[in-house]
Design a protein around this ligand. Structure first.
Ligand SMILES: *Cc1c(COP(=O)(O)O)cnc(C)c1O
Length: 435
């Protein structure tokens, strides 16, 4: 065992992994080999995180955040100074004029539904730019004839299928825009699809072209899983509304619930009437204990996102070395979300993969996740994750719909050491057969 200059022995991680979790040292070598090819990508992730951290720190200082703002209000929540400053911090960081950042927003889907219902009136048309939207949004739109959906309320809908290379079909998108088009929905992350995420250069091109075709169209970006993965956010290039969940990236694993809506002030105001009620708008909503973890989680999210990004890039390189197709490939270039898709090709492998990720978690590690039907999803879904916030996917987690070709979607993780363990346990579970 080597002795460091400081006198302490180098920790024998390999041996500990073997003793504590039965990890074969040979598998550790395969993963280390994959990781050693990623040094430049990891350095780039660190540089991005450092830049985003400083930009965020500057936004905190510019908005004069104080200890007092960490306190919350009760009851109606009138004049909640912490809530107001939190919202202006989000607005500044995400390059909008105004923001709603509320614990009363239940999930990313709820935040997106507030955006869509806030903006679309009967007779208006919604266009989805990046193919079929995320599963739960299909029900909000009403693709299965759902009661209370946008389609049922007289909104019309067009969907622009992705091109063969899974990019956005810009000419077809522009062609679809007509006098009724009110909102163009741009989903950046892959959802449960085998496609790359939409990075900032592509986003900039889409936003510029749509605005040039019809400047009054509202470009609504589903930013779930994409926050802080690059040096810029879609608001910088003309997105009118940018929406996401606080139990994903911008909650920094600390926000206990909630979502955000950032953008043009008239659009955010329209959303606030949907969130509360006409006449009430954004002026009330008790923050209770929410302000402190929301501020702190946002502040630490560049760091947690950088760990998750390294984990995703490493997962791609490692599972690709083990012979599985991965999306995206094992490098950073073009990657704009923290989600790594791994095609396992077999139902029992998907279940075992997710069960192995569960064993790498700090809580509920002995639970055995099983596929289940969940509200908003059409196929049974298996979801693994034992984090501190229920269902939080900024913490290490894996999930996937039970349908061919049985793709595992892996994301999150507050520390790369934990993500490495998850990957090793998952690789072991794939070869060891049913439990
Ligand atoms: C997670 C996600 C959502 C919203 O999901 P919730 O589980 O409702 O928070 C929407 N769109 C995309 C692309 C997502 O990844």
């Amino acid at each position: 065992m080597s002795k460091g200059r400081g006198g302490g022995a180098a920790p024998d991680t390999r041996r500990f992994l073997n003793e504590a979790w039965g990890i074969d040292p040979e598998a550790v070598s395969v993963m280390e080999e994959a990781e050693s090819s990623l040094a430049e990508d990891f350095a780039q992730i660190d540089r991005r995180a450092a830049y985003n951290q400083l930009r965020l720190l500057h936004v905190f200082q510019k908005n004069g955040v104080t200890d007092f703002h960490l306190n919350g209000s009760t009851g109606y929540g009138y004049g909640d100074a912490g809530r107001e400053v939190l919202e202006s911090v989000f607005a500044d960081y995400f390059r909008g004029e105004a923001a709603l950042v509320r614990s009363q927003i239940m999930s990313g889907t709820h935040a997106l539904a507030i955006g869509l219902y806030g903006l679309l009136q009967p007779g208006d048309e919604l266009v989805s730019a990046a193919g079929r939207p995320y599963d739960t949004l299909q029900k909000v739109i009403g693709l299965g004839g759902e009661a209370g959906s946008l389609l049922k309320s007289g909104v019309s809908y067009q969907e622009i299928p992705l091109k063969e290379d899974m990019g956005v079909d810009l000419p077809r998108l522009l062609e679809s825009i007509n006098e009724k088009t009110k909102v163009v929905l741009i989903q950046r992350s892959k959802g449960y699809q085998w496609r790359p995420s939409i990075d900032m250069p592509e986003m900039k091109g889409i936003l510029g072209a749509v605005k040039k075709k019809k400047s009054s169209v509202v470009c609504l970006v589903d930013n779930c899983y994409c926050e802080m993965t690059e040096e810029e956010e879609p608001g910088a290039y003309g997105a009118d509304l940018v929406i996401g969940s606080l139990i994903k990236n911008p909650g920094g694993t600390l926000a206990p619930s909630g979502g955000y809506i950032v953008g043009d002030s008239s659009c955010v105001e329209a959303c606030s009437r949907r969130l509360s009620a006409p006449g009430l708008g954004s002026g009330l909503g008790a923050s209770m204990g929410f302000n402190r973890p929301a501020f702190q989680g946002l502040f630490q999210s560049p760091q947690t996102v950088s760990q998750s990004m390294k984990g995703a890039v490493l997962a791609a390189a490692f599972f690709s070395a083990l012979g599985y197709p991965v999306m995206p490939e094992g490098r950073l270039a073009g990657r704009a979300d923290i989600v790594q898709a791994i095609e396992l090709g077999d139902e029992s492998k998907l279940v075992r993969f997710c069960q192995a990720i569960q064993r790498a978690c700090p809580l509920d590690a002995a639970f055995l996740p099983e596929p289940a039907s969940l509200p908003g999803y059409s196929h049974p879904v298996i979801m693994a994750g034992g984090g501190f916030i229920q269902g939080s996917s900024s913490e290490l987690s894996a999930d996937g719909p039970l349908k061919p070709p049985y793709i595992a979607y892996l994301q999150g993780g507050f520390s790369l050491a934990q993500i490495r363990l998850g990957l090793l346990l998952a690789a072991k579970a794939l070869v060891s057969g049913p439990n």
